[in-house]
Design a binder for this molecule. Structure first.
Ligand code: HEC
Length: 120
């Protein structure tokens, strides 16, 4: 009868060991780009692209919400990373009054490559 009482203890021990090992094997959570993209946009773009601030110069684009940023993901990337092109539908280089650092541009490009969502 003694062995019957030992079995649950052994099983419990095995579960613990497995659970702990599993935790250590897990890869670290993948790096998130969207929070960094938002910071870049807040610092460099909202001065002209905010309906909330009343600084909505960049017709028709406002980047106040996650949804607005995600909906404009490709044009945001184009405006900071692709060459400017002439014409009404040409690409405008942003920000108007300067240029992002190469690190900031790389962050936006990588975010779009990963899917350009608020979860990326
Ligand atoms: C100094 C003001 C200013 C800043 C700062 C600025 N923009 Fe703009 N942006 C504009 C204006 C004005 C236009 C419209 C240009 C035009 O149509 O000739 C525009 C247009 C755009 C467009 C094209 C919109 C469309 O629908 O055609 C995008 C995309 C854009 N900006 C992204 C950005 C991003 C991203 C940043 C920050 C990295 C930024 N802008 C910073 C003023 C600004």
């Amino acid at each position: 009868m003694k062995t019957l009482r030992i079995i649950p203890a052994v099983l419990l021990g095995a579960v613990c060991v497995c659970a702990c090992q599993h935790k250590e094997d897990m890869a670290p959570a993948p790096e998130k780009y969207f929070p960094r993209v938002k910071t870049i946009i807040t610092n460099n773009c909202l001065s002209c692209h905010s309906a909330v601030n009343g600084t909505w110069q960049g017709r028709p684009t406002s980047f106040d919400t996650d949804e607005e940023i995600v909906a404009a993901n490709a044009s945001i990337k184009a405006s900071v990373a692709d060459p400017a092109s002439p014409g009404p539908f040409g690409n405008k280089r942003m920000p108007v009054n300067g240029e992002l650092s190469s690190e900031e541009i790389a962050t936006i490009v990588t975010w779009l490559e990963k899917g350009g969502r608020s979860t990326d």
